[in-house]
Design a protein around this ligand. Structure first.
Ligand code: AVJ
Length: 350
């Protein structure tokens, strides 16, 4: 059913279950720019250029998320692997949602191959470029790991063909879960749980609520890389949909929305303007100061993490933090659906 092709020697196989084609981009843009207030979904950031820019963000001094999480993995990987394998010390396969460059994953995989002979790594990402990068990165450092890349947007519909033997360890790190509204986050985790079996584990990385200053600085860096990342969405649309966004007519804005517990990124129109989007045969008027909301990045507390996991059919077993508790990595277990407290959580999320 799915075309599986070996693309190069850093990937053993790559599967593209659904087309991430121009039509999905066109639909998203039509919906988002017709809405009030205007928005664009944040998955649009990650074309090849956007994935590179995000990687550059992770190296910025202000963007503490990556370095803190990396440090947590460096310090606790062996413990995480042992805890995930459980008392039966079952062999683990690792599936990662939104693989990126996999630099933190390599740390964990190294701890994994130190304890078991065979390891399969299944990175899933919307960006094929990111998948190649992740796979090359893993293969270069850990040549024995079998890499089975899946190029896809993470959706409820998509069914993964995960290995049937051993235990799965799902990775959803980097606080990528923070891009989802609370209800959508539960929906995503419920989907993930449906792809796993009782006893399988999840390592979830979450950026924690903290003072406003470091939060805002992380999304409004001095070098302007985050501004370029935000505006790259317009460059992408100009290329893929034949739109005529003028990049200098928009301003990058990052704000802490305390009541919603999230950082927000916006592109504010610097003047009254009309933007033409050829591929959908539409024009959109923007007033001076009007924003296009491009991203939410939710920040968590330990209580919110535990609650979100419970609603999704996972039980939180252990959390690791950096010294300041700025970032957390949480180990959760898929529970038997019979032993779930009730089914209300699923209904509430639907
Ligand atoms: C990849 C979603 C975790 O929200 O911090 C970085 C994306 N946006 N700078 C985040 C992002 C602006 C990032 N996530």
């Amino acid at each position: 059913m799915n075309a599986t092709t070996a693309l190069d020697n850093s990937i053993d196989s790559v599967t593209t279950p659904i087309a991430n084609g121009a039509s999905a981009v066109a639909r998203a843009v039509l919906e988002g720019l017709s809405a009030k207030p205007k928005f664009l979904p944040s998955w649009l950031f990650y074309d090849a250029a956007g994935s590179r820019l995000f990687e550059a963000i992770t190296q910025l001094p202000e963007y503490y998320l990556t370095s803190r999480e990396h440090a947590i993995f460096t310090k606790h990987s062996a413990e995480m692997i042992a805890a995930a394998a459980g008392l039966g010390k079952q062999e683990l396969s690792v599936v990662e949602l939104g693989a990126g460059s996999a630099s933190k994953t390599v740390v964990l995989l190294r701890a994994l191959v130190a304890t078991q002979r065979h390891a399969t790594y299944i990175p899933i990402d919307v960006s094929e470029a990111a998948l190649h990068w992740a796979s090359k990165n893993v293969r270069a450092t850990l040549p024995t790991v079998v890499v089975q890349a899946v190029c896809s947007e993470i959706t409820r519909e998509q069914l993964l063909n995960l290995p049937q033997d051993g235990r799965m360890l799902a990775l959803y790190i980097g606080s990528s879960i923070g891009n989802f509204d609370p209800a959508d986050a539960v929906e995503l985790l419920l989907w993930l749980r449906s792809q796993l079996r009782p006893g399988d584990a999840l390592l979830l990385g979450t950026d924690m609520v903290k003072a406003k200053t470091p939060l805002v600085a992380a999304y409004n860096d001095g070098a302007g890389v985050t501004a370029d990342f935000n505006k790259n969405i317009l460059t992408r649309l100009n290329r893929e949909l034949g739109s005529n966004f003028a990049l200098d007519a928009f301003e990058h804005r990052a704000v802490w929305n305390a009541s919603a517990s999230r950082m927000e990124m916006h592109l504010d129109s610097k003047r009254n303007q009309i933007v033409r989007v050829e591929a959908i045969d539409r024009s959109f008027a923007l007033k001076r100061g009007e924003s296009i909301h491009t991203e939410n990045s939710y920040k968590f507390t330990a209580e919110i993490v535990e609650d979100m996991l419970l609603k999704s059919g996972f039980v939180l077993e252990q959390s690791w933090y950096d010294d300041d508790r700025w970032f957390g990595v949480h180990l959760a277990r898929v529970v038997d659906s019979d032993s779930m407290m009730d089914d209300d959580a699923e209904e509430a999320a639907a």
